[in-house]
Write a protein that binds this ligand. Structure first.
Ligand SMILES: *Cc1c(COP(=O)(O)O)cnc(C)c1O
Length: 451
């Protein structure tokens, strides 16, 4: 299997190169040249547990790593989840909830990043190479990325976050990781400052090359691929084609569902549930893609305007026409707005949920069913209630409610969300460097610490 760029100006890459590259050199995103079909083998896949299913699917996308090694990577990646089958399907009234938050940082990003961290280490070892990962986080991604690579040979990770502007729990999830290859940088500035610093440092190509600087952001194909596993898993456990309702920010999660659907898994519809940052909901309603100001909501991991993975969907929506795709992206870049015919193949539905409805959904679902949802999952639950779709419906639960205790207490009037792994962080030793929002200071720190 080779990987091609959405922008059509990159020579096709083998899987391992696609993973190390991340973003394609032409600025596009990488996609498999063809999507493998499972139409003829659904019955034999149906009985498999999560890990076995992952092992059966990976070789369809990866032909430059032996199947036995892929299988070992799956076992290592999913060894630290606190439920037997990695994810858990539960009922919450009329809908089912697929809990994706049983990994080390209690958010769905663990499913992809636990796998990606080990995959990176495996590829680097075979090549005798090293990697210094640099990231900026406003919360969830940083801790999941750190948990994915802590202790992995050949990799150091540097994560910048805005000092005093992320929740204390999320900070502790990063700073209490004391493995020597993990470096937390509390930056005196905002999250935007951190992102600007990151762009500036990556733009210094000499520095980037000298320190083998890389990223683990959501454009890496392995993140999408690892997320396909749970759509496959849940769809095969349903008696009829199932629809998934997906709390959406960067479009990475729901895009994995789209790949699973195109592979032939029994998936009816994908419901894109956004918060007040509703650019995607509007696109699926009208074909108009228009950037707005980022709004801060109770589901911060979805406070995103421009979803990086959306370009992957555009590739299919435009039948692989990379010229049309580049024109669309250029329009959008220039004016903050671009248009296309509305997608009408019935694969996607979309809706935006405001803060009031999100908090109401937490309360409503708890009253009716006893289920406690986090605010991201609640965006999905609220969207699902609006849809009244005829098919069986599964809402993806993307974070444990104990990660967002303030919003959950506000919705329920009582604090019912705790988790022993989070409680255990309080009082533990922390390690982090406080630095000014200055690129030269951050670079000097990386220079001194990188191995
Ligand atoms: C990252 C995240 C999301 C959004 O997922 P995308 O792949 O960016 O659409 C939703 N919920 C939680 C808890 C997250 O951490």
């Amino acid at each position: 299997m080779r990987y091609i760029s959405t922008r059509g100006e990159t020579e096709p890459l083998r899987f391992q190169d696609a993973i190390l590259t991340g973003l394609a050199p032409d600025g596009g995103l990488l996609l498999p040249e063809t999507i493998p079909s499972v139409a003829g083998e659904l019955e034999s896949l149906r009985g498999l547990d999560f890990r076995a299913l992952a092992k059966a699917l990976l070789p369809k996308f990866v032909d430059d790593i032996p199947a036995a090694d892929l299988s070992a990577l799956v076992d290592q990646a999913y060894a630290h989840f606190d439920c037997p089958d990695v994810v858990r399907l539960r009922s919450a009234g009329a809908v089912q909830v697929l809990e994706l938050f049983h990994g080390p940082t209690l958010a769905f990003k663990d499913i992809a990043l636990q796998f990606l961290g080990r995959l990176f280490a495996y590829i680097l070892k075979r090549r005798g190479a090293r990697l210094n990962i640099l990231g900026a986080t406003s919360g969830d991604t940083g801790s999941a990325a750190i948990a994915g690579v802590r202790g992995q040979p050949g990799i150091d990770i540097f994560v910048m976050y805005p000092k005093g502007r992320i929740s204390r729990l999320q900070e502790l999830q990063m700073t209490t990781v004391t493995d020597a290859n993990v470096h937390c940088l509390a930056v005196a500035g905002s999250f935007d400052d951190c992102q600007t610093l990151m762009k500036g440092i990556f733009a210094d190509l000499e520095f980037k090359r000298r320190h083998a600087l890389g990223a683990v952001n959501s454009v890496n194909w392995a993140r999408v691929l690892a997320q396909v596993f749970y759509y496959a898993y849940a769809s095969l456990r349903s008696p009829a084609p199932v629809s998934f309702c997906v709390p959406t920010g960067n479009f990475g999660n729901v895009f994995a569902g789209y790949i699973a659907k195109r592979m032939g898994f029994p998936i009816a519809r994908l419901i894109v549930a956004t918060n007040e940052n509703d650019i995607l909901a509007k696109f699926f309603a009208s074909g108009r893609y228009r950037r707005g100001e980022v709004r801060f909501t109770v589901s911060p991991a979805m406070d995103i305007q421009v979803a990086s993975n959306f370009e992957r969907f555009l590739h299919y929506h435009l039948d692989g026409d990379s010229e049309a795709l580049k024109a669309f992206m250029a329009d959008f870049q220039a004016s903050g707005e671009a248009r296309l015919p509305r997608p009408d193949d019935g694969a996607f539905l979309a809706t935006a949920v405001n803060t009031e409805d999100t908090l109401a959904a937490i309360g409503d679902v708890h009253r009716r069913t006893g289920y406690v949802a986090d605010p991201h999952t609640a965006v999905g639950l609220a969207a699902a209630m609006r849809m009244a779709a005829p098919d069986p419906l599964i809402v993806l639960a993307t974070a444990h409610p104990a990660k967002f205790p303030e919003s959950v207490s506000e919705a329920l009037g009582a604090s019912v969300a705790t988790h022993p792994a989070l409680e255990a962080l309080r009082g533990r030793a922390e390690r982090c460097a406080s630095l000014p929002a200055k690129a030269d200071r951050i670079k000097a720190y990386i220079e001194a610490q990188a191995t």
